[in-house]
Design a protein around this ligand. Structure first.
Ligand SMILES: *Cc1c(COP(=O)(O)O)cnc(C)c1O
Length: 387
Protein backbone atom coordinates (compact mmCIF):
# COMPACT_ATOMS: atom_id res chain seq x y z
CA UNK A 1 0.00 0.00 0.00
CA UNK A 2 1.05 3.54 -0.63
CA UNK A 3 2.24 4.46 2.87
CA UNK A 4 5.50 6.16 1.82
CA UNK A 5 6.27 8.82 -0.76
CA UNK A 6 9.35 7.10 -2.16
CA UNK A 7 12.44 8.77 -3.58
CA UNK A 8 13.50 7.68 -7.09
CA UNK A 9 16.33 5.39 -6.02
CA UNK A 10 16.81 1.71 -5.14
CA UNK A 11 19.91 0.54 -3.32
CA UNK A 12 21.65 -2.69 -4.17
CA UNK A 13 24.44 -2.87 -1.58
CA UNK A 14 26.28 -0.96 1.09
CA UNK A 15 29.47 -0.84 3.09
CA UNK A 16 29.95 1.33 6.17
CA UNK A 17 28.61 4.81 5.41
CA UNK A 18 28.40 4.15 1.66
CA UNK A 19 25.57 2.80 -0.49
CA UNK A 20 25.38 1.91 -4.18
CA UNK A 21 22.17 2.02 -6.20
CA UNK A 22 21.09 -0.44 -8.89
CA UNK A 23 22.97 1.70 -11.47
CA UNK A 24 26.09 1.42 -9.30
CA UNK A 25 26.04 5.14 -8.41
CA UNK A 26 27.65 5.73 -5.00
CA UNK A 27 26.00 7.64 -2.12
CA UNK A 28 27.21 8.90 1.25
CA UNK A 29 24.64 7.88 3.84
CA UNK A 30 24.03 10.57 6.50
CA UNK A 31 20.71 9.04 7.61
CA UNK A 32 21.48 5.37 8.43
CA UNK A 33 18.01 4.20 7.40
CA UNK A 34 16.64 6.73 9.94
CA UNK A 35 18.92 5.96 12.89
CA UNK A 36 18.89 2.19 12.32
CA UNK A 37 22.26 1.23 10.84
CA UNK A 38 24.44 2.84 13.54
CA UNK A 39 27.22 0.36 12.72
CA UNK A 40 26.90 1.17 9.02
CA UNK A 41 25.88 -1.15 6.21
CA UNK A 42 27.01 -4.77 5.94
CA UNK A 43 28.96 -4.62 9.21
CA UNK A 44 31.05 -7.83 9.14
CA UNK A 45 30.39 -8.82 12.78
CA UNK A 46 26.61 -8.40 12.40
CA UNK A 47 26.64 -10.24 9.06
CA UNK A 48 28.58 -13.12 10.63
CA UNK A 49 26.28 -13.33 13.67
CA UNK A 50 23.13 -13.32 11.50
CA UNK A 51 24.53 -15.97 9.13
CA UNK A 52 25.73 -18.22 11.95
CA UNK A 53 22.44 -17.96 13.83
CA UNK A 54 20.42 -18.55 10.65
CA UNK A 55 22.43 -21.71 10.06
CA UNK A 56 21.54 -23.03 13.52
CA UNK A 57 18.04 -21.82 14.45
CA UNK A 58 15.80 -18.90 13.39
CA UNK A 59 12.83 -19.28 15.66
CA UNK A 60 11.39 -21.51 18.32
CA UNK A 61 8.93 -19.71 20.61
CA UNK A 62 8.84 -17.73 23.81
CA UNK A 63 7.26 -20.79 25.41
CA UNK A 64 10.83 -22.25 25.43
CA UNK A 65 14.12 -20.95 26.69
CA UNK A 66 16.04 -18.83 24.17
CA UNK A 67 19.78 -18.61 24.87
CA UNK A 68 20.43 -15.58 22.63
CA UNK A 69 17.54 -13.70 24.27
CA UNK A 70 18.91 -14.37 27.75
CA UNK A 71 22.38 -13.25 26.72
CA UNK A 72 21.00 -10.08 25.12
CA UNK A 73 18.80 -9.40 28.16
CA UNK A 74 21.85 -9.61 30.45
CA UNK A 75 23.99 -7.42 28.21
CA UNK A 76 21.34 -4.78 27.60
CA UNK A 77 20.18 -4.43 31.21
CA UNK A 78 23.82 -4.16 32.35
CA UNK A 79 24.57 -1.48 29.75
CA UNK A 80 21.46 0.48 30.71
CA UNK A 81 21.48 -0.10 34.46
CA UNK A 82 17.96 -1.54 34.26
CA UNK A 83 16.61 -4.80 35.71
CA UNK A 84 14.41 -6.54 33.15
CA UNK A 85 13.49 -6.34 29.49
CA UNK A 86 10.62 -7.33 27.20
CA UNK A 87 11.47 -7.88 23.53
CA UNK A 88 9.17 -7.02 20.64
CA UNK A 89 9.81 -6.30 16.97
CA UNK A 90 9.61 -2.53 16.59
CA UNK A 91 9.62 0.82 18.33
CA UNK A 92 5.85 1.09 18.40
CA UNK A 93 5.65 -2.32 20.07
CA UNK A 94 8.26 -1.30 22.64
CA UNK A 95 6.18 1.78 23.45
CA UNK A 96 2.97 -0.28 23.58
CA UNK A 97 4.65 -2.43 26.23
CA UNK A 98 5.68 0.70 28.16
CA UNK A 99 2.14 2.12 27.99
CA UNK A 100 0.69 -1.18 29.20
CA UNK A 101 3.23 -1.25 32.05
CA UNK A 102 2.23 2.28 33.08
CA UNK A 103 -1.45 1.32 33.12
CA UNK A 104 -0.75 -1.82 35.16
CA UNK A 105 1.30 0.31 37.55
CA UNK A 106 -1.62 2.73 37.86
CA UNK A 107 -4.22 0.04 38.47
CA UNK A 108 -2.01 -1.58 41.13
CA UNK A 109 -2.03 1.80 42.89
CA UNK A 110 -5.81 1.94 42.69
CA UNK A 111 -5.98 4.58 39.94
CA UNK A 112 -9.07 3.64 37.98
CA UNK A 113 -8.34 5.64 34.84
CA UNK A 114 -4.55 5.99 34.68
CA UNK A 115 -3.26 8.87 32.57
CA UNK A 116 0.14 9.30 30.90
CA UNK A 117 1.58 12.75 30.23
CA UNK A 118 2.96 13.07 26.67
CA UNK A 119 4.53 15.94 24.74
CA UNK A 120 3.69 18.23 21.87
CA UNK A 121 5.71 17.41 18.73
CA UNK A 122 6.54 13.94 20.05
CA UNK A 123 6.67 10.78 17.96
CA UNK A 124 6.04 7.36 19.45
CA UNK A 125 4.84 5.18 16.57
CA UNK A 126 1.93 4.27 14.29
CA UNK A 127 -0.14 1.77 16.25
CA UNK A 128 -3.34 3.12 17.76
CA UNK A 129 -1.99 3.68 21.26
CA UNK A 130 1.34 5.08 20.08
CA UNK A 131 -0.21 7.40 17.47
CA UNK A 132 -2.54 8.63 20.20
CA UNK A 133 0.52 9.38 22.34
CA UNK A 134 2.21 11.10 19.39
CA UNK A 135 2.03 14.91 19.33
CA UNK A 136 1.43 15.36 15.61
CA UNK A 137 -2.06 15.74 14.13
CA UNK A 138 -0.87 14.43 10.73
CA UNK A 139 -0.12 11.07 12.36
CA UNK A 140 -3.55 10.92 14.03
CA UNK A 141 -5.90 12.42 11.42
CA UNK A 142 -8.37 9.90 10.03
CA UNK A 143 -7.77 7.32 12.72
CA UNK A 144 -10.10 8.60 15.40
CA UNK A 145 -11.36 7.59 17.90
CA UNK A 146 -7.93 7.87 19.51
CA UNK A 147 -6.89 5.80 22.49
CA UNK A 148 -7.74 7.62 25.71
CA UNK A 149 -5.49 8.18 28.65
CA UNK A 150 -2.98 10.78 27.45
CA UNK A 151 -2.52 14.38 28.62
CA UNK A 152 -0.40 16.59 26.38
CA UNK A 153 1.94 19.39 27.44
CA UNK A 154 4.61 21.43 25.61
CA UNK A 155 8.06 19.76 25.39
CA UNK A 156 10.82 21.23 27.53
CA UNK A 157 8.35 23.05 29.77
CA UNK A 158 8.65 22.04 33.44
CA UNK A 159 6.04 24.57 34.55
CA UNK A 160 3.45 22.95 32.28
CA UNK A 161 4.26 19.56 33.78
CA UNK A 162 4.03 21.01 37.30
CA UNK A 163 0.59 22.41 36.42
CA UNK A 164 -0.55 18.90 35.45
CA UNK A 165 0.82 17.61 38.75
CA UNK A 166 -1.14 20.29 40.62
CA UNK A 167 -4.43 19.79 38.78
CA UNK A 168 -4.72 16.17 37.67
CA UNK A 169 -5.35 13.27 40.01
CA UNK A 170 -4.98 10.22 37.80
CA UNK A 171 -1.54 10.71 36.26
CA UNK A 172 0.74 7.67 36.64
CA UNK A 173 3.58 8.32 34.17
CA UNK A 174 5.39 10.71 31.85
CA UNK A 175 6.44 9.46 28.40
CA UNK A 176 9.11 11.62 26.80
CA UNK A 177 11.95 11.53 24.24
CA UNK A 178 15.32 12.73 25.63
CA UNK A 179 15.74 14.61 22.33
CA UNK A 180 12.78 14.82 19.97
CA UNK A 181 13.70 13.25 16.63
CA UNK A 182 10.77 13.42 14.20
CA UNK A 183 9.64 16.61 15.96
CA UNK A 184 12.69 18.49 14.63
CA UNK A 185 15.79 17.43 16.61
CA UNK A 186 14.59 19.39 19.64
CA UNK A 187 17.16 19.38 22.43
CA UNK A 188 15.51 20.28 25.75
CA UNK A 189 17.01 22.75 28.27
CA UNK A 190 19.68 21.13 30.48
CA UNK A 191 17.49 21.18 33.59
CA UNK A 192 14.46 19.67 31.85
CA UNK A 193 14.98 15.89 32.09
CA UNK A 194 16.39 16.05 35.66
CA UNK A 195 13.34 18.21 36.50
CA UNK A 196 10.98 15.61 34.98
CA UNK A 197 12.74 12.92 37.06
CA UNK A 198 12.38 14.98 40.26
CA UNK A 199 8.69 15.61 39.61
CA UNK A 200 8.10 11.91 38.83
CA UNK A 201 9.81 11.04 42.13
CA UNK A 202 7.73 13.49 44.13
CA UNK A 203 4.45 12.29 42.57
CA UNK A 204 5.31 8.56 42.28
CA UNK A 205 4.92 8.77 38.51
CA UNK A 206 6.91 6.49 36.24
CA UNK A 207 9.46 8.26 34.06
CA UNK A 208 9.32 6.51 30.67
CA UNK A 209 12.03 7.50 28.19
CA UNK A 210 11.50 6.78 24.51
CA UNK A 211 15.13 6.21 23.44
CA UNK A 212 14.16 4.50 20.20
CA UNK A 213 16.01 7.14 18.16
CA UNK A 214 18.50 8.45 20.76
CA UNK A 215 19.65 5.04 22.04
CA UNK A 216 22.48 2.69 21.05
CA UNK A 217 25.27 5.27 21.13
CA UNK A 218 23.69 7.83 18.83
CA UNK A 219 24.00 10.89 21.12
CA UNK A 220 27.47 10.16 22.55
CA UNK A 221 26.48 7.82 25.39
CA UNK A 222 24.97 4.33 25.12
CA UNK A 223 21.63 5.93 26.07
CA UNK A 224 20.88 9.66 26.10
CA UNK A 225 19.85 9.74 29.79
CA UNK A 226 23.44 8.75 30.65
CA UNK A 227 24.44 12.35 29.93
CA UNK A 228 22.72 13.03 33.28
CA UNK A 229 22.92 11.34 36.65
CA UNK A 230 19.47 9.83 36.91
CA UNK A 231 17.81 6.70 35.54
CA UNK A 232 14.34 6.36 34.02
CA UNK A 233 11.92 3.73 35.37
CA UNK A 234 11.17 2.48 31.88
CA UNK A 235 13.08 2.91 28.62
CA UNK A 236 12.18 1.83 25.11
CA UNK A 237 14.59 0.92 22.31
CA UNK A 238 14.33 -0.28 18.72
CA UNK A 239 15.84 1.28 15.56
CA UNK A 240 19.61 0.72 15.98
CA UNK A 241 19.27 -2.17 18.41
CA UNK A 242 19.47 -4.75 15.59
CA UNK A 243 21.35 -2.57 13.03
CA UNK A 244 18.58 -3.42 10.55
CA UNK A 245 17.26 -6.70 11.92
CA UNK A 246 13.83 -5.83 13.39
CA UNK A 247 13.82 -5.80 17.20
CA UNK A 248 12.37 -3.57 19.91
CA UNK A 249 12.84 -3.59 23.67
CA UNK A 250 11.10 -2.22 26.73
CA UNK A 251 13.42 -2.11 29.75
CA UNK A 252 12.27 -1.46 33.31
CA UNK A 253 13.77 -1.02 36.73
CA UNK A 254 12.73 -1.85 40.28
CA UNK A 255 9.10 -2.70 41.04
CA UNK A 256 8.03 -1.75 37.51
CA UNK A 257 10.22 -4.53 36.12
CA UNK A 258 8.14 -7.08 38.07
CA UNK A 259 4.69 -5.93 36.89
CA UNK A 260 4.14 -8.18 33.88
CA UNK A 261 3.20 -11.74 34.79
CA UNK A 262 2.72 -14.68 32.39
CA UNK A 263 -0.33 -13.96 30.24
CA UNK A 264 -0.17 -10.13 30.56
CA UNK A 265 1.81 -9.48 27.41
CA UNK A 266 3.59 -11.33 24.64
CA UNK A 267 4.82 -11.53 21.08
CA UNK A 268 5.30 -14.42 18.68
CA UNK A 269 8.48 -13.12 17.08
CA UNK A 270 9.69 -10.87 19.90
CA UNK A 271 13.16 -11.81 21.13
CA UNK A 272 13.64 -14.63 18.66
CA UNK A 273 17.11 -16.16 18.20
CA UNK A 274 17.90 -14.35 14.95
CA UNK A 275 17.02 -10.85 16.15
CA UNK A 276 18.73 -11.39 19.50
CA UNK A 277 21.94 -12.70 17.91
CA UNK A 278 22.09 -9.54 15.77
CA UNK A 279 21.34 -7.21 18.70
CA UNK A 280 23.85 -8.94 20.97
CA UNK A 281 26.54 -8.35 18.35
CA UNK A 282 25.47 -4.70 18.06
CA UNK A 283 25.80 -4.24 21.84
CA UNK A 284 29.20 -5.98 21.93
CA UNK A 285 30.58 -4.04 18.97
CA UNK A 286 29.41 -0.68 20.32
CA UNK A 287 30.94 -1.48 23.73
CA UNK A 288 34.23 -2.95 22.49
CA UNK A 289 34.92 0.05 20.29
CA UNK A 290 33.26 2.59 22.63
CA UNK A 291 31.52 3.86 19.51
CA UNK A 292 29.44 6.31 21.55
CA UNK A 293 32.67 8.29 22.11
CA UNK A 294 33.12 8.40 18.34
CA UNK A 295 29.53 9.63 18.01
CA UNK A 296 30.28 12.42 20.49
CA UNK A 297 33.50 13.60 18.84
CA UNK A 298 32.39 13.14 15.22
CA UNK A 299 29.11 14.90 16.05
CA UNK A 300 30.99 17.89 17.47
CA UNK A 301 33.24 17.89 14.41
CA UNK A 302 30.27 17.93 12.01
CA UNK A 303 28.34 20.54 13.99
CA UNK A 304 31.42 22.79 14.26
CA UNK A 305 31.99 22.40 10.53
CA UNK A 306 28.38 23.24 9.69
CA UNK A 307 28.25 26.21 12.07
CA UNK A 308 31.44 27.56 10.56
CA UNK A 309 30.33 27.01 6.95
CA UNK A 310 26.83 28.36 7.54
CA UNK A 311 27.66 31.32 9.77
CA UNK A 312 26.06 34.45 8.30
CA UNK A 313 24.00 32.44 5.82
CA UNK A 314 20.58 34.07 6.04
CA UNK A 315 17.80 31.54 6.28
CA UNK A 316 19.77 29.16 8.50
CA UNK A 317 18.44 29.62 12.03
CA UNK A 318 20.67 27.21 13.93
CA UNK A 319 22.63 23.96 13.92
CA UNK A 320 21.65 21.88 16.95
CA UNK A 321 21.86 18.37 18.29
CA UNK A 322 23.90 16.00 20.39
CA UNK A 323 26.42 13.46 19.12
CA UNK A 324 25.37 12.21 15.70
CA UNK A 325 21.77 13.41 16.02
CA UNK A 326 21.96 16.74 14.23
CA UNK A 327 19.38 19.25 13.01
CA UNK A 328 19.81 22.33 10.84
CA UNK A 329 16.79 24.58 11.33
CA UNK A 330 15.87 26.80 8.39
CA UNK A 331 13.41 29.69 8.26
CA UNK A 332 11.38 28.00 5.47
CA UNK A 333 10.11 24.58 4.36
CA UNK A 334 12.98 22.68 2.77
CA UNK A 335 11.74 19.18 1.85
CA UNK A 336 13.10 19.59 -1.69
CA UNK A 337 16.65 19.52 -0.28
CA UNK A 338 16.33 15.75 0.10
CA UNK A 339 16.01 15.26 -3.68
CA UNK A 340 18.73 17.78 -4.45
CA UNK A 341 21.13 16.00 -2.06
CA UNK A 342 20.21 12.63 -3.55
CA UNK A 343 21.19 13.87 -7.03
CA UNK A 344 24.59 14.78 -5.58
CA UNK A 345 25.00 11.37 -3.95
CA UNK A 346 24.10 12.35 -0.39
CA UNK A 347 21.36 10.89 1.80
CA UNK A 348 19.78 13.31 4.28
CA UNK A 349 16.32 13.84 5.73
CA UNK A 350 14.01 16.77 6.39
CA UNK A 351 11.64 16.64 9.33
CA UNK A 352 9.15 19.06 10.90
CA UNK A 353 8.98 20.78 7.44
CA UNK A 354 12.02 23.01 7.88
CA UNK A 355 14.69 21.02 9.76
CA UNK A 356 17.40 19.14 7.86
CA UNK A 357 18.11 16.05 9.94
CA UNK A 358 21.38 14.15 9.92
CA UNK A 359 21.73 10.72 11.55
CA UNK A 360 25.04 9.45 10.16
CA UNK A 361 26.33 5.97 11.01
CA UNK A 362 28.73 5.95 13.98
CA UNK A 363 31.36 4.37 11.73
CA UNK A 364 31.50 7.32 9.30
CA UNK A 365 35.12 8.39 8.74
CA UNK A 366 36.30 11.94 9.42
CA UNK A 367 36.99 12.34 5.73
CA UNK A 368 33.44 11.29 4.87
CA UNK A 369 32.15 13.68 7.56
CA UNK A 370 34.10 16.55 6.00
CA UNK A 371 32.66 15.65 2.60
CA UNK A 372 29.19 15.68 4.14
CA UNK A 373 29.75 19.15 5.63
CA UNK A 374 31.05 20.69 2.41
CA UNK A 375 28.43 19.11 0.14
CA UNK A 376 25.55 19.97 2.45
CA UNK A 377 26.64 23.52 3.17
CA UNK A 378 26.88 24.35 -0.53
CA UNK A 379 23.45 22.79 -1.11
CA UNK A 380 22.05 24.87 1.74
CA UNK A 381 23.69 28.08 0.55
CA UNK A 382 22.25 27.62 -2.95
CA UNK A 383 18.84 26.73 -1.57
CA UNK A 384 18.43 29.75 0.69
CA UNK A 385 19.77 31.98 -2.10
CA UNK A 386 16.81 30.74 -4.16
CA UNK A 387 18.94 28.90 -6.71
C1 LIG B 1 11.02 5.56 15.02
C2 LIG B 1 10.48 5.91 16.35
C3 LIG B 1 9.40 5.19 16.92
C4 LIG B 1 8.66 4.11 16.17
O1 LIG B 1 9.45 3.03 15.86
P1 LIG B 1 8.89 1.92 14.80
O2 LIG B 1 9.94 0.85 14.83
O3 LIG B 1 8.79 2.61 13.47
O4 LIG B 1 7.58 1.46 15.30
C5 LIG B 1 9.00 5.54 18.19
N1 LIG B 1 9.61 6.53 18.87
C6 LIG B 1 10.65 7.22 18.38
C7 LIG B 1 11.29 8.30 19.19
C8 LIG B 1 11.10 6.96 17.08
O5 LIG B 1 12.10 7.68 16.56
Amino acid sequence: MSTYKRLPVTFARGEGALLWDTQDKQYLDALSGVAVCNLGHAHPAVTRAVCEQAGRLLHTSNIYGIAAQEALGDTLTALAGMDRVFFGNSGAEANEAAIKLARLYGHRRGTRSPMIVVMENSFHGRTLATLSATGNRKVQAGFEPLVQGFIRVPYGDLAALQAVADNQQDVVAVLVEPIQGEGGVNVPPADYLPGVRALCDSKDWLMILDEIQTGMGRTGKPFAYQHYDFKPDVMTLAKALGNGVPIGACLARGETAELFAPGNHGSTFGGNPLACAAALTVCKTLSEQQLWDTAASLGEHIMDGLRHALANVRGVIEVRGQGLMIGIALDRPCAELVGRALEQGLLINVTADSVVRLLPPLVMSEQQADHLVSLLSSLLREFVAGK
